[in-house]
Design a protein around this ligand. Structure first.
Ligand code: ADP
Ligand code: MG
Length: 361
């Protein structure tokens, strides 16, 4: 186990900066997920930590050592990629032990490490099989097992589940979380999938265009997004954003609809804003959570419904904007039916329209 510290870490490809002086402190044993849209610099950051990319500026520290000039093999890290390649002609046991074999460890040592890793990942009954005789999930477990046998200080995962189908992805997500609970090793995990980030991370690092936008626990970033980018990136369905203008303690939408400001919003009259509300906080009357202290009400026609069983997702229109709302204890809703929706203002957000920055403190 080790802490990992990034100080003003920069990556330029030629003249093109792709990672801009990022700072990150990861504690011993912490599970940190780097998440963000494709191309935002997640893999580049991970590869600089691994030593697979040069660091243009700044320092990367693993444990007590600055590792900028150490080759990957001397950093005591293990990396699991999306495109893990197992050796097809080797058994599971041989695949697991291969790196130790290369490192010229004793046969007894290798057998012990392989048996341990197999036990942790429930691969013991499969040790004699070849990769061709395994399911996709089992192969992925072998790929993780290869990382475990080396007892690294840090695991680095780069989208390890992206090639798996949805059901297997959900299963493997749980297995990775269990693995972390068992071995307690520091994990840095890259994904573009916000659900993976939310479910796995102790802390999430949200990246955009080579910058870190926000670092926090899953609940922090869900409940207190620093800007409208994080607000719409984290959470499913994405937070609804309604453009409007502040006047007299209200947000006026373009069609004249007035919604009171959420509590403790720091705004000035005339300011252009985006009023943010998640589907969980805008629900039709009679089909919602108990009202909170600060409620607002709007009428909206429903344009589409998605019944999900215990709740129905409603698509409705407010001031020309499509809004997604939730209906609890659902009943069938006719297309175009107008419903009165309650908005839990305490749970709502407000962002500056120009900068996207949150206006709630
Ligand atoms: P992510 O993993 O978040 O999808 P990457 O870290 O792979 O993003 O890439 C970040 C940016 O760096 C992208 O714009 C990508 O095109 C660019 N990039 C990655 N590798 C190279 C390279 N070898 N040469 C030039 N540009 C690169
Ligand atoms: Mg990537």
């Amino acid at each position: 186990m080790a802490e990992v510290v990034l100080r003003d870490v920069v990556k330029n490809y030629g003249a093109l900066p792709v990672v801009h002086a990022i700072n990150l402190d990861i504690a011993h044993g912490e599970f940190v997920v780097l998440v963000g849209p494709s191309g935002c610099g997640k893999s580049t950051t991970l590869r600089m930590i691994a030593g697979l990319e040069d660091i243009s500026d700044g320092t990367v520290q693993i444990g007590n050592r600055v590792v900028n000039d150490l080759p990957p093999r001397d950093r005591n890290i293990s990396m699991v990629f999306q495109n893990y390649a197992l050796y097809p002609h080797m058994t599971v046991a041989e695949n697991l032990g291969f790196s130790l074999h290369i490192a010229k460890r004793s046969k007894a040592e290798i057998e012990k490490a392989v048996a341990e890793a197999a036990e942790i990942l429930s691969l013991t009954p499969l040790l004699a099989r070849k990769p061709g005789q395994l399911s996709g999930g089992q192969r992925q477990r072998v790929a993780m097992g290869r990382a475990i046998v080396r007892h690294p200080d840090v695991f680095l995962f780069d989208e390890p589940l992206s090639n798996l189908d949805a059901k297997l992805r959900t299963q493997m997500r749980v297995e990775i979380k269990r693995l972390h609970q068992k071995v307690g090793t520091t994990i840095i995990y890259v994904t573009h999938d916000q659900i993976e980030a939310m479910t796995l991370a102790d802390r999430i690092v949200i990246m955009r265009d080579g910058h870190i936008v926000q670092i926090g626990t899953p609940l922090d970033v869900f409940e207190r997004p620093v800007n409208s980018f994080v607000a719409t990136f984290i959470g499913s369905p994405p937070m609804n954003l309604l453009p409007g203008t502040v006047s007299n303690g209200q947000v006026s939408l373009s069609d004249g609809t007035q919604i009171p400001l959420p509590p403790s919003a720091k705004v000035v009259d005339g300011q252009a804003v985006h009023f943010g509300v998640r589907a969980d906080n805008i629900m039709p009357e009679g089909h919602s959570m108990p009202p909170t202290a600060h409620m607002a009400y709007v009428d909206m026609p429903v344009t589409l419904t998605e019944p999900l069983g215990t709740e129905t997702l409603l698509f409705a229109t407010l001031s020309g904007v499509e809004v997604q709302a939730k209906m609890l204890n659902p009943r069938p809703v006719a297309m175009g039916e107008r419903l009165r929706f309650g908005i839990a203002l305490d749970k709502c957000h407000l962002f500056d329209a120009a900068t996207g920055a949150t206006l709630r403190i």
